[in-house]
Ligand binder design. Structure first.
Ligand SMILES: [Zn+2]
Length: 282
């Protein structure tokens, strides 16, 4: 499944974890590698009972009774396809139990790991925005130390996990924050709003299984029915700002495309009480 043709973001991963847990947890799962490259892993997992499926940022972890943890990272192009019969020849891993079949295709990582490696992997990741108990404090602390553009900091999985290119740009627009503002120039109020906005957007993505960030009242084609791509986003791949009519600016930040309305998201930060803040922090 692809979502709006975009790279999988945290909502995709959490939705997969939920769907796979519902269909497979507590069951004896048949595991195979039709493509053959992961035959050893498949053999070790085949006919074990799946205990739980966990999503952390863009990582998926499958825990089994009496077998190592399966770690999957979809990367840029990976996906799970549900019950295609027969499997496509490039299926890395097929998970099957009862009526459900999930085929993994194109994932960057598909490996078996132990608890120690799991601990190291998760330990390197920042809080997951979709976790019930996600704590904003360490994220705020990290951002305060960084002069990198806020748009880059938001997709740094060491700071925060689960946010990808579309959500970061859409949330920054909604909060009126220019993508190139230094992370540490954000006020606490701006950060709190950004955190909330991202959480709401990602949760909605889990439910709807696609990214639509534009509020129904602001959609040009009305709130009913399917949302066409051009009506799904405020700035991502858009030409004009639906709020002020200005041209949307598109450019590259690092290797990724970014979009912003520079009228709604002024580039220059407001004057900041840097010295006072440093004094207070020191
Ligand atoms: Zn605008």
């Amino acid at each position: 499944m692809m979502y709006n043709g975009c790279v999988p973001e945290g909502h995709t991963i959490h939705r997969l974890a939920r769907d796979h847990a519902r269909a497979l947890v507590g069951r004896v799962v048949r595991v195979a590698s039709p493509q053959g490259r992961h035959s050893m892993q498949a053999e070790q997992l085949d006919q074990h009972v799946l205990e739980c499926v966990e999503a952390h940022g863009k990582h998926l972890f499958y825990r089994w009774r009496g077998a190592p943890i399966l770690h999957v990272h979809l990367g840029l192009f990976g996906s799970f396809r549900q019950s295609p019969v027969p499997p496509s020849p490039n299926t890395q891993l097929r998970l099957h139990a009862a009526a459900a079949t999930f085929d993994l295709i194109g994932a960057t990582t598909c490996e078996l790991i132990d608890d120690e490696r799991y601990g190291r992997l998760v330990g390197r990741l920042g809080p997951d925005l979709l976790a019930e108990t996600a704590d904003p404090e360490p994220v705020w602390q990290q951002l305060q130390r960084r002069a990198t553009p806020i748009a880059s900091a938001l997709v740094d999985q060491r700071i925060l996990s689960g946010v990808g290119n579309v959500y970061r740009l859409e949330a920054l627009f909604v909060c009126g924050i220019h993508p190139e503002r230094p992370a540490r120039s954000l006020t606490r109020a701006e950060f709190d709003r950004l955190w909330q906005t991202l959480r709401v957007m990602l949760r909605q993505g889990v439910e709807e299984q696609r990214i639509v960030t534009v509020h129904p009242a602001e959609r040009t084609n009305g709130a009913q029915g399917e949302v066409p791509l051009e009506d799904a986003f405020y700035v991502y791949k858009q030409h004009h700002c639906r709020r002020c009519g200005s041209a949307i600016r598109a450019w590259r930040l690092g290797t990724r495309p970014v979009y912003a309305c520079e009228r709604c998201q002024p580039p220059a930060a407001r004057p900041r009480p840097t010295l006072e803040r440093r004094a207070a922090a020191g």
